[in-house]
Design a protein around this ligand. Sequence first.
Ligand SMILES: Cc1cc2nc3c(=O)[nH]c(=O)nc-3n(C[C@H](O)[C@H](O)[C@H](O)COP(=O)(O)OP(=O)(O)OC[C@H]3O[C@@H](n4cnc5c(N)ncnc54)[C@H](O)[C@@H]3O)c2cc1C
Length: 384
Amino acid sequence: MATIERDYSDAKKLRVIVVGAGIVGASIAYHLSCRKDVAVTVLEQDEPCAGASGHSFAWLNSFGKDPVSYHHFNRRSMDIWDRFARRLDMDLDLHWGGELRWESTPERVEVLRQRIVQLQAWGYPIRIISSDELRELEPSLSPGPVTTASFSEIDGRVDPSKVIEACLQRACEAGTAVHTHTPVSKLRIDGRGKIEAVNTSNGEISCDVVILANGTAVTELAATAGVHIPQQHSPGVVVRTDPQPPILQNVSVLHLPPINENRHEIHLRQSADGTLAIGQGSQESVDQDDSQEHADDLLSRAVHYLPALAGARAIPTPVGYRPMPIDELPVIGFCAAAPNLYIALMHSGVTLAPLVGELATVEIVDDARVEMLAPYRPERFISG
Ligand SMILES: Cc1cc2nc3c(=O)[nH]c(=O)nc-3n(C[C@H](O)[C@H](O)[C@H](O)COP(=O)(O)OP(=O)(O)OC[C@H]3O[C@@H](n4cnc5c(N)ncnc54)[C@H](O)[C@@H]3O)c2cc1C
């Protein structure tokens, strides 16, 4: 097999391969590239952002994240997002306007109130607001009856494609090699389970460490090194609209209650270019209808509460597949069965990208074990 050419002029550099150029792989590659003693190569089977990151709703939040340790994990990443953005110093369409929602039926009001109590106990700045404050925040809303409304003031949104582009550009400026349209088919291991090289469509490339950040495909590739990383099948749909004048004045993300008992709630955001993104249910809800009818239906539910959207056009978007570990918690760290294989697989990867990039770099380059990552180790899937 041919070998991909790369100039390792400094023989002492740690040669790290990152498989996958979604937001998680791109963040890790960027953070690694900030270290002088690391030679980073990113291998992407398609174009950057071709996977879940390109289908994401990209709400930066710690709202529905249980247990408390996972909530704090997401919160910590939210808290370092600004520093990450400042260091990248490029347009990311990052907006910190908070998240707004309300409910009017007794069952849904009760669920929301319980969640608010829980989040406040965990120190999350979410609060109940009056109908007047709701309308002040978003004057375009026509909310109908409001029993309980909440505002989660530290939530935000971002454009994952811009984040990935920024990470890869900064990483390349620091010497990282990015190979697109280069699928990794196999990890080649020595007798002790150590990965010596990865096989790609363009040849073999040797390495000291391999990071699997290839989303839903982590399971298949990890298996070639004898590592078991089980996932759930988790399709989701976020439709777009054509550009609209500014509809949302303040908040980054809106959750709108079901318009009737046959419909799910929807979530909605508007990007700087005026386009809106709309999904139904929660950020974890399974949805695989990418038809025009479904897109029109989601938009019509948004118009119900935001009449100014009446002239918008719904653009169906292909189904996206969430990287979703079987227990829904991240899988991060080196593997006992393949000691130089590092897994970075998670849902909420948009929220978590800055923190995971930072912590993975500490573990890989400094050979430390970050205590905060203890609940997320790959070893939890080794059956007894
Ligand atoms: C509908 C939907 C809504 C979501 N909403 C939110 C939200 O509101 N907030 C939030 O924080 N998160 C949300 N998420 C989750 C978030 O988008 C993902 O967790 C995140 O994008 C995962 O990023 P990643 O880099 O791990 O994976 P991906 O973006 O899937 O990237 C993996 C990359 O690996 C490449 N690849 C795969 N196999 C190979 C191979 N063998 N060789 C080389 N390259 C390979 C793929 O082409 C892809 O580019 C949502 C996801 C979806 C689908």
